[in-house]
Every structure is written in structure tokens, then in C-alpha cells.
Design a protein around this ligand. Structure first.
Ligand SMILES: [Zn+2]
Length: 326
């Protein structure tokens, strides 16, 4: 069955199976939810369920040639559009719309998947809107996006919105243990530090990430010892290291979250960064809840600013120098 290999998203999958088995399929769906949690995999499985000739209980069989090619994105009746460079161009949408005017090549249905649909240029979005207003029978559109608010509301209102949530920590841990060679402790650390995002978790499942964490541990230990010099030491460390800035800031942010958790509950159960336990204890002991909260806010804001392409070193220094350290 095409959904068997998917971790999490049980409700969404049950719903998609239901619409296929009861033949109450909308002509357009918007799959929305954070980046990297598996929306595209569910979309491909849904497409396979729509095209599979031996689909059962609303799900593609998972082993016929239709299912296999659809899951790989190579079935001729599955048109997949993704942004080239930064935008989805009108021509790509026009080609897909043109395809929907023809009979499907192999079966009776065709699925058009638009990945990162919020990257459609305005003319591209308008073109798709026209098609959604007068859909041709047998054609189904799946728009995938982490930023549904950037899609024209008229597109949303002509589609059925399906919201996806990040995976639970336990689900992501299970996924990492099944799919990688990480130890349980490593899997739990990554699951806790990646907010339920499978693709981010996979990108960190390597030795480089854990040696970075060890070095970060050293840097934080000397930063805490050196008191006034702490921001400078951290700033130097963070700008030197090879890892992505986002991942470094995430470790810092989750450390302060852990400290707040420990301070408020007195329990180490549920702490994300178990390999930083001593440091978390010092932070929790020596900072006030307000200081910790402000640190979390500062770091979260820095991450948002960086996402919006703020100047890296300025943003980093401004936030590190306004953090409270023990
Ligand atoms: Zn099949």
C-alpha cells in the first residue's frame, strides 16, 4: 500500500483514502504545512492512489508499475511542477494546463502536482486559477506549500485545504531509528531539535553534526566561564563553524528552551539537548525565567530575520550580544 512507508500524518492519509474510496475527490487540493515534513511524499502517494488500477480501500497498491512510477515522479499522467531558481514560470503552468486538455496517456485520470506552489509568478497563479474555475473531468491538482498565505485567496477557495503538522517527537525518533544508523540517544536529540521536520532531521543525521555539537559544547562551556566575553566567544565560534547558521541557532534556542523547561518543571524528562545537560542546569540555575524567555525571543527573531535574507553577520552579532548569559 502506497502510504505504508509514511511516518505520521495518519488523519490526513485516512481522509485522502476516504475521498478516493468514496469517489468524492475534489478537483484541487492545497497541502499546507511546515517545510520538510513529508507533504510531497503524501502527495505522490495520493497521486498513485488516484492512478493505480488495483487501488484498494482508497490507496494505491504500492507495487504495480503505475504506483512505482508515480511514487518516483516518472509516470506520464503525473505532471510535477517545481520552481526553477526561485519562481514557477507561466510557461510551466501553461504546459501543464495544455496536458490537461488531452486524454491521459495510460489511464483515465491525470494528476498535476505543483510543489512550492507559493513560488508561482502572478501570471502563473492566474492561469492555474482559470483552470480551477473550469476543471476538466479526470484532472486533479495538488498544490503543495509551506506558505499558503502567499497563494491568492481565490486559489485557496477553489481548492480543498489539507493542513499537515510536523511529526511528533516519538514518530520522528522512530523514523530515524528505522532509516539511519543513529543510536537511540542521537535519534532522540535530532528529533527534539528539528521540530518534527523529516528532511531537516535526515540532513543532520551524520557524524559531522555530532562533532559540531561537541565543539559547540566546548565553546559554550568556555563562554559561560568567561562571563563578559561570552557573546564574543560564541560569535567567533558560530561564524567559524561549517554547519548552517540555522542549525547553530537552533541548538542555542533549544538550549534556552530546555533551561526554561528545567527551571519551570524541575524535570530533565523531555529535554531536547541531553548531551548539554550540565550547561542547561547552569543556565536554568543562574538566569531568571524572564532572561531565558528574552533570549529565546531574540534568537527566534534572528532566525526569522535570516529567513527573510537579513545580513548574516549583523543579525548574528546583534542577537548574540543582546543575550543574557550566566
Ligand atoms: Zn498500484
Amino acid at each position: 500500500m502506497v502510504y505504508h512507508h509514511i511516518y505520521g500524518h495518519e488523519k490526513q492519509i485516512a481522509f485522502l483514502k476516504h475521498v478516493v474510496s468514496t469517489k468524492k475527490i475534489a478537483h484541487a487540493y492545497v497541502f499546507c504545512g511546515p517545510e520538510g515534513i513529508g507533504k510531497r511524499t503524501v502527495a505522490l502517494s495520493f497521486a498513485a492512489s488516484l492512478l493505480c488500477p488495483s487501488s484498494e480501500e482508497g490507496a494505491g497498491c504500492g507495487h504495480c508499475s503505475t504506483c512505482e512510477r508515480t511514487m518516483k515522479g516518472s509516470h506520464p499522467d503525473t505532471v510535477i511542477i517545481s520552481p526553477t531558481v526561485a519562481t514557477i514560470k507561466i510557461q510551466d503552468i501553461r504546459d501543464a494546463i495544455m496536458a490537461t486538455t488531452l486524454h491521459p496517456l495510460e489511464g483515465l485520470r491525470r494528476v498535476v502536482i505543483i510543489d512550492e506552489a507559493d513560488h508561482m509568478s502572478e501570471p502563473a497563479a492566474n492561469a492555474i486559477l482559470k483552470t480551477l474555475e473550469e476543471p476538466r473531468p479526470g484532472n486533479f491538482f495538488l498544490l503543495i506549500t509551506a506558505r499558503p498565505y502567499r497563494l491568492p485567496p481565490t486559489i485557496i477557495s477553489r481548492s480543498q485545504l489539507i493542513a499537515f503538522s510536523p511529526l511528533a517527537r516519538s514518530q520522528l525518533t522512530r523514523f530515524l531509528l528505522d532509516q539511519t544508523k543513529l543510536s537511540r540517544e542521537q535519534a532522540e536529540i535530532i528529533a527534539a531539535c528539528t521540530d518534527g521536520r523529516i528532511s531537516k532531521a535526515l540532513s543532520l543525521a551524520n557524524d559531522e553534526y555530532f562533532s559540531f555539537r561537541e565543539e559547540m559544547h566546548h565553546a559554550l562551556t568556555s563562554a559561560i566561564k568567561s562571563k563578559a566575553l561570552a557573546p564574543l566567544i560564541l560569535s567567533r565560534f558560530i561564524s567559524q563553524e561549517k554547519m548552517e547558521l540555522e542549525d547553530k541557532l537552533t541548538v542555542l534556542t533549544t538550549l534556552f528552551r530546555d533551561a526554561l523547561w528545567l527551571k519551570e518543571t524541575g524535570s530533565t524528562e523531555g529535554i531536547a539537548n541531553v548531551d548539554f545537560l550540565e550547561i542547561i542546569r547552569i543556565l536554568a540555575h543562574q538566569l531568571s525565567p524572564r532572561q531565558i524567555l528574552l533570549n529565546i525571543q531574540t534568537l527566534t527573531q534572528a532566525q526569522l530575520d535570516l529567513e527573510l535574507n537579513a545580513n548574516k553577520s549583523l543579525t548574528l552579532d546583534a542577537s548574540l550580544f543582546s543575550l543574557s548569559f550566566p
